[in-house]
Design a protein around this ligand. Structure first.
Ligand code: ACM
Length: 272
């Protein structure tokens, strides 16, 4: 199976231009599954709720999802892309999955980062896993990486490949994904953006270095910090089904969930 990412610099608010750039980059590779960055058609450094409300789209049905569906059909591939979603009065930081037969599903980011909390409603649905035939893929978005429960939930639901659209501004995630993949024995595609956004007196620099990580925690490919490109590697998703470390230890069978009840508590007490 050929999986990969598109790394580039979106222009804030220029959705048509960004769609064109992404489709050009997608056209440069042959892939079964491609992951695009978080908020990949709108840009990330939002300065007001009205601004992102104007740019957000319905999923499915919005023009970006429709454009991605057409490309997925033409190129016989699956695409996961981070998009701003409008649903009723709510805005979500979402990721859509489309394939040769059109829209398949989407995920709304559970763990909002920094000022995202001013603009978006946190997701209230499960972390999803989809069986594409070629592989079982899970979706999480950027800052979800810092909650080990997110990757773990996807892995326990059977994901072999984690699709991870991102707009990373801190330097920790790429190295942390080695541990996320190792402790769950899954592949991950972290698709990050590049460039600097300066808006409303604020500046954000994105770290690039999109990464494909393997189930033993090895980096299969890490992109440069500023490259704008699509990159694809060949993997065997079935490698993620082997959870054995040695003949005695299987990281899923050896779990002791009866001692993890704490994880299910809704509210932490004041000492924790
Ligand atoms: C992030 O979640 N965009 C850091």
């Amino acid at each position: 199976m050929r999986i990969g990412f598109v790394q580039y610099t979106p222009c804030f608010g220029e959705v048509d231009h960004n769609i064109e750039t992404v489709l050009d980059l997608i056209g440069s590779v042959r892939a079964d599954l491609l992951v695009l960055p978080e908020l990949c058609m709108t840009g990330y450094l939002i300065t007001s709720r009205d601004e992102i409300a104007d740019l957000a789209e319905k999923i499915p049905g919005g023009k970006t999802t429709e454009a991605l569906c057409r490309t997925a059909r033409e190129r016989s591939c699956h695409i996961v892309a981070g998009l701003a979603e409008r649903s009723g009065d709510n805005l979500y930081n979402s990721a859509v999955l489309v394939g040769p037969d059109g829209y398949i599903g989407h995920y709304r980011k559970l763990h909002l980062f920094f000022e995202e909390k001013l603009w978006f409603t946190p997701g209230d649905g499960d972390l999803p896993v989809f069986d594409l035939g070629t592989a079982r893929v899970g979706i999480m978005i950027c800052f979800d990486w810092i909650f080990p429960e997110a990757t773990r939930s996807l892995a326990l639901k059977g994901a072999q490949v984690i699709c991870h659209p991102a707009n990373l501004v801190l330097p920790f995630c790429q190295d942390a994904m080695k541990t996320r993949c190792l402790e769950n024995r899954v592949f991950a595609v972290t698709a990050n953006r590049t460039g600097v956004e300066k808006r409303g007196g604020k500046v954000l620099s994105y770290t690039g270095m999109s990464q494909i990580t393997g189930p033993e925690g090895a980096i299969i490919h890490r992109c440069g910090g500023e490259d704008e490109r699509a990159l694809v590697v060949e993997i065997d998703p079935a490698r993620a089904d082997n959870k054995a470390i040695n003949e005695y230890n299987d990281i899923f069978r050896d779990r002791r969930p009866e001692y993890y009840a704490m994880l299910l508590k809704k509210k932490l007490n004041k000492n924790v």
